[in-house]
Design a protein. Sequence first.
Length: 345
Amino acid sequence: QLRQAPSLLAIPERYASAEYREGSGPQRLAPFDLIQDKQGFVENYNSGYIVVEIIEGANDEDSLALREDESLKLVPLPVNTNKKSPSKRSFSSAANAVFNMNKVNALAQLSAPLSPVGESTSAEEELRSPPSNSKSPSQMTKKMLRMSELKDKVRDHVKEEIQTRKSRRESLLGLAQQEVRNMVRDLSKVKERDLSCYSADLFFSGNDKPIAVFKKLGQDLIHIIFKGDQSNTVSRKHVIAVLRNLTYSNLSSDPQVLKKVLRVTISDAPPCCSQCVFEMNIQAVDDVTEIRIRNAKIKYSPPGAVDTPFCLCPADSSELSDADTEYFDGGYLTFQGVTGGAKGR
């Protein structure tokens, strides 16, 4: 009875913890050793796979990749552009829902009846009551004055109500526009994330057929599925070449998570597999603070008095740049005249 034993994947002990310096570009993961099982020499990886993933500390600033060289080439697979992305569809429906919700709320509030004006109800009843012959001329005059006052009051109230509804409509429209802007921003983020997800055929030099399908499923996950056959066998040298070209890079100029834990899984015959887990420590670098002045030469013409101060770094032509900080506590700023005499101060 023969047991199915996988190839063993190992990393030399001194490389169990790798160092990555900020801004150094793609870096090889580790010098993996593919140790053959003593029970049998495996030379066929046609149905195997490799999985690379960040299992701790992953975020948007990480990037796993497979480096191309003279031996390995990636040919992207065609993308079905007719199929609408679920993410885009969900955001479109959400945007429509926001539009409909705000539209319903606006119509409900704007179509509500005008609110009563204080004593308008009793006054209207009084004004609508039929005239009585028993009332004296002075009473009729008071009633006409009362009617005029009520008309003015109703007119002012109607103006105020119209203005209130106009302000409310503008507020609701502003909220709807903000919601849509948020949806568009989130959708653009989804598109950016989708750019990091793609599939490609993996070719090895000397092979007319691809030896594997490469799938990047986000910034922190890679699948490599070998698909050799009798005429195009995936051998140990192919697998070693792939392992040696796996890279990690950090895309941030100010990395927040300085410790990553990565796991590499390999199999020559599922479900048997072996794994390697190791650390990637990020060495942060303090980026240089730069003062950029677009107008390198500035003409100084004091208007009148000699002691008139002059701005060295005008706001409209100067820029302070530092990629990894917004705070300068403990820092310093020095201006020094290096040529032209010492008359200026």
